[in-house]
Each structure stands twice: as C-alpha cells, then as structure tokens.
Design a protein around this ligand. Structure first.
Ligand code: ARG
Length: 618
C-alpha cells in the first residue's frame, strides 16, 4: 500500500497548492512545503487514510480548519486521478480528511500481488535508481567468544541479527553478515599455557580436545591463573609470545579457535544461520594506527599511563567526563580499540575495506555505553562520513520463568544445545499427544521433521516477537502453545490454508501469471469479486506488508513484523470461520481462494524473513 500512499500524498499536496496558492508558494520558498500529514486511518470505520494537514494551517490562513479541509477536498474532487483512486472524501471532527480507497483499486492491488513473487515489496535498488552496485550494510551479530560457551545472549544476537540481515537482503541491500568473534586477548595466555601443560597432545593431533573440554579448560586455566603465581607469569609471557607471532603459540591459538568454531557451527547449522567469521584478531594490524590517528587528531589523553579519549556528555559519579580507553598502561589494546579499527575498516573503500554505508551491531543492552563511546570517538575523529548510519541494536536479558537470569534446575548456565534439544523434544511430545487425540498416524520422519521445525521456530519466534529492548522470559510452554502470538499458531495458519487446497480448493488461481505482465493487465484478467467486510478486512491487512517491511528496515524491530503476521493470521482465521470459501458460488469462490493463497504467501514470506520455514501439514 506504500505506493498508493505516495500517489495519494502527491495528489493531496497538489490539491493544497491549488486551494491555497499563496500559502503554498510561501511555504515552498521557506523550504517547508505544505504537508497534508497523510497517515493510516486511526480506525477502520474512517477508511484507509486520514490527512490532518488542514489543522496546522488554520492559524497562518486565519480560517477555521474545517473550511480549509473543504477547500482541499473540493480541489481533490476536481482531480480525475484522485477519483479513480478514492471514494468521495469525508471531513471529520475539527477538519480531518478521511480517505477510503475504491474497492476496485484494492482488488487490483490484490491481483497484482498474486502475480508478484515479492508481494508488492519494492527493492531498495528500484529506489536507488542511478546507483547500480549497492554499498554494503554490515550486520555484526552473534559474535561469541572463543573457548567460552555460546550463551543465551549470543543466541538472541544470532536470531535477531539473522532476521535483520534477511529483511535487509530481501530489500536488496548487499548485506555483510559479520561474526565479530572474541578470538584475541589476554585470556589466550592462560589458555595456551594450560593447554601446553595438560594436553600437549592437542598440539600434535587436531581434534583431540572438544569444546566441552575447552570450556572446562577455560575454568581450570582461570582457577590456576588466580592462585598460582608461576602460572600467571608464564601466561603473561605466553601473551607476549602470541602477539609477537611465535609459531607454537599461534598454532595453539589456531587450535583453540578451530575447536570453538566447529562447536559454534553446529548451532548455526541447526538454526540455519549464515555468517562470515571476521574475529577481533583480524583487526590486529590496524590497532596501532587507531591510537596514532587519535593522537594526531588531538583527541588522545594519557591518563594514569593509559591512552584515552574523554567522552563528551558522559560523566561518572564524580561529575568528571568518562574516558574511552584505547591503550592500556601496559601498551596493550582492548575491545574498544578493536571496535574503532573495525569501524574504519568497514567504512573504508574497497579493496582496503568494506565501503559500507550502514553499520548495525546486535548485542545485549549492557554494551550500550561501550558502543555509544566508540561511535562518539569515531565521529569526533572524523572517521564517519555524514551519509553513514551506525546503529547499536540492543536487546534485554533472557530470564527464566521466575524472572531471574535463565539457569538450569541445578543452577548452571544453560547450554544452547540443551535448550534447542528441549524445545524440539517438547514439540515432539506435543505432536504425539495431538496425533493420539486426533487418532492420526504419521511416520517417524514426518514427526521428526515437524518437531524440529516447530521447536526451533518456537525458540526463534518467542525471541523475535517481544520488543527486543525489554528483558524476555524464556518459557517453553508459552512459546510452544498453539494459540496466542506464537510460532505454532502462525505455522498452523499456513497449514490450514494448505488444507484448503487439499480439500479441493484450487489455490493456483489462474490470473494469467506471466511475471512481466503489467499490473493493469493482471487486474483486468483477475476475476476477483469481493463483497463481505471480512474479505475487505483481510485485503487491507494483506496490503500492509510493504509498509511493515519498510518499518523493520528502518527501525530494526523484528517484533513489528511478528505482530503483523499474528494480526494477519487472526484476521484470516476470522474470515475463514465466518465466510464460506469452498462452498461459495463463483466468482466469490475463486476470489476467496485467491485471498487464501495470498495470505499463505504473505505468511510464508514473512516467516521466511524471521528465519522460520513453514510446513504443509503439522
Ligand atoms: N564478543 C562480544 C561478546 O560476547 C560481542 C561482540 C559484538 N560486536 C562488536 N563489534 N563489538 O560480548
């Protein structure tokens, strides 16, 4: 519906200009052209859109806003193009103009969607026009740390980041999915020292140690580091060796990374996540230049031996500005230095960088001040061109049913593998119960496929459907429920529509589906006839898809897409429960089947953007 809204906006602007030429010319000259303030109607009974622009004109024009609205409406009605788009406008309240699209225009939009695999969502490329090769958008997500377990926070980052990447890709952006893994730092000193001492065979035979061991290794190494001075000294020396490029240290480091990588990959495969690894170590060669350039820019202050940049507008308890430390007093670089180097690399033109125009970082909200500091310093150093957008996409904590940090019954941190296993096991138990109740028998491969799809979908959807900024309560029962705003509910709507086809409804409604066909031709050919309010409600909801996707692309909130899909399923279910489809007479029957198909296609596309595959039966 975005395109119709644009057309309508232009018609309204012209009508305002014709109604009040002087005011329009003045506003234009002042660089603030008259704005019809077109918005979606606040209630369905007001139509599709409302234009509120008459109200702010009352004062400058010295006229009651209703009179202004009347004058604009008179001009609109004189415009034949408007008459083709809308029914006669209504003026409401103090001077709102309510606009209702003509039913035949809505039907034509439906017909156009039916032959368009993108369901009316334009690509950014179509909007970019002149510029052929799109500049990349970086989505930095997942980013676990080597030798540490990937935890639920990383799971959230992985699921949200993947969804945002999918939406941006669908809109035609060149997305660089980057896994900024924590693969460098002083912890490798103790890990390598410990590895060399207790498992020298790992250095000889790759694969001798698996990540389960590695996480235990990390704990052991840390424990030794904390109370064994000799071990501490060796670990520190090991860090220096590693940084100096000592081949044995590098080999040990590489082994640790490989082991972790294999384990992470198992999770990515289960979740169907594509991700390119570019860990912190990648930026090592660029770190010194960050500090040098900050110094040259006059931003670097040496405070207590550490190189820092004092932040503007961020002060500590004592009221003094807080520093962003970029070089520790021992000369080492840190997390912030790496992120500054990463910004420079990502923005630098190819081939010495990515040439990106938008950088998106998906991490827990706890890192908000880190990113605010890093972004501020990069901007002040002049490393961020005007047109570039840099955004931190924060999310809240994952909590258990009790509202506390998610833990196992024994009080340990939850392993992602166990969490996904449990979701699938529970989905399987639910499915077997349902099959027994319905007296259905299905083969084991069906059960495995459905349980896996539903279990993983439930975990993803539960995460994506809450506003990411708030903390989120992890609850298997709620996420696996067949009713409510859940993955099973949405998957079931798709299954229900597939069932209509199985019961003899031809969903492949022949609309003369050549892709190159013009919209007008499709509309002419489509035998679409709608009469029921439930049909119109469903149509209006179906046509919102493009606006919802544009919103997610802009605001990076996947829950908007989830709410839309949930609402669409509800509106569809109401339609299907209240209006006969298979038993209807023609042309209503095929028109309604067309709505069923478009609903299924819209749900599939939307769920696909959430990273959730759909099922034909469940
Ligand atoms: N490895 C970090 C962590 O586990 C997340 C990295 C996020 N990305 C970044 N560019 N800093 O918390």
């Amino acid at each position: 519906m975005l395109r119709l809204a644009h057309t309508l906006d232009a018609q309204l602007r012209e009508a305002m200009g014709r109604a009040f030429p002087e005011a329009a010319a003045q506003a234009q000259a002042a660089g603030r052209p008259l704005d019809p303030q077109l918005a979606p109607a606040s209630k369905p009974e007001f139509g599709d859109f409302q234009a509120n622009g008459a109200l702010p004109l009352a004062k400058p024009l010295g006229l009651p806003p209703r009179n202004i609205a009347e004058a604009v409406v008179a001009q609109l009605e004189a415009d034949p193009a408007f008459g083709e788009l809308c029914l006669p406008p209504q003026i409401a309240g103090p001077g709102f103009i309510n606009l209702t699209l003509r039913p035949e225009r809505l039907a034509a939009e439906v017909a156009a969607r039916l032959v368009d695999p993108r369901l009316g969502v334009p690509t950014a490329a179509a909007e970019r026009r002149q510029q052929q090769t799109p500049a990349p958008v970086v989505v930095d997500f997942s980013s676990p740390n080597i030798a540490k377990e990937m935890h639920v926070g990383h799971l959230r980052s992985t699921i949200i980041g993947d969804c945002l990447a999918r939406v941006l890709e669908f809109r035609g952006h060149a997305v660089l999915r980057l896994n900024h893994v924590g693969d460098w730092g002083t912890q490798f000193g103790m890990l390598i020292t410990h590895l060399k001492q207790v498992a020298p065979e790992a250095l000889e035979r790759p694969g001798a140690v698996d990540l389960g061991d590695l996480v235990a290794f990390y704990r052991q190494a840390k424990a030794r580091f904390d109370d064994d001075e000799a071990f501490q000294t060796t670990s520190r020396e090991e860090v220096v060796k590693l940084q100096g490029g000592d081949p044995v240290s590098l080999k040990a480091w590489g082994l640790l990374c490989d082991q972790s990588r294999r384990e992470f990959q198992i999770i990515y495969d289960r979740l169907d996540i594509r991700l390119g690894e570019r860990g912190e170590s990648f930026y090592n060669p660029y770190l010194q230049a960050v500090v040098d350039d900050l110094k040259a820019a006059g931003l670097l202050v040496v405070d207590d031996g550490a190189g820092c940049v004092f932040l503007e507008g961020v002060s500590g308890k004592d009221g003094k500005p807080l520093p962003l430390i970029v070089q520790k007093s021992d000369g080492g670089f840190n997390y912030a230095t790496t992120d500054l180097a990463a910004i420079r690399y990502r923005l630098a033109a190819a081939p010495n960088g990515d040439g990106a125009v938008r950088l998106i970082y998906v991490t827990d909200a706890g890192q908000a001040s880190h990113f605010a500091g890093v972004f501020q310093v990069a901007r002040r150093a002049g490393w961020v061109p005007e047109a570039v957008r840099i955004e931190h996409v924060p999310f809240g904590l994952v909590q258990g049913d009790d509202g506390k940090k998610l833990k196992t019954r024994a009080g340990d941190t939850v392993r992602l593998k166990d969490l996904l296993d449990e979701a699938v096991e529970r989905a399987e138990a639910d499915l077997r119960r349902r099959l027994a109740e319905e007296d259905r028998s299905e083969d084991e491969s069906f059960i495995t496929h459905v349980a896996t799809t539903v279990g993983i979908a439930a975990v993803k959807y539960a995460d994506l459907s809450t506003n990411r900024i708030t903390n989120y309560q992890f609850c298997f029962d709620r996420m696996l429920a067949l009713s409510g705003n859940t993955a099973p509910y949405l998957l079931y709507a798709v299954v229900r529509i597939a069932g209509i086809a199985r019961k003899g409804g031809d969903l492949g409604v022949d609309l003369g589906g050549a892709a190159a066909e013009t919209e007008a031709a499709a509309a002419d050919r489509a035998p679409l006839h709608f009469s029921e309010p439930q049909e119109w409600a469903l149509i209006r909801d179906l046509l919102k898809l493009d606006a919802v996707i544009a919103e997610v692309e802009e605001e990076l909130l996947p829950n908007r897409l989830c709410s839309y899909l949930f609402e669409l399923s509800q509106v569809f279910n109401r339609f299907y429960d209240q209006v006969p489809v298979l038993k209807a007479e023609e042309p209503a029957r095929s028109s309604r089947l067309a709505l069923c198909r478009l609903t299924a296609d819209t749900l599939k596309l939307g769920l696909g953007l959430l990273g959730i595959p759909t099922l034909e039966r469940m």
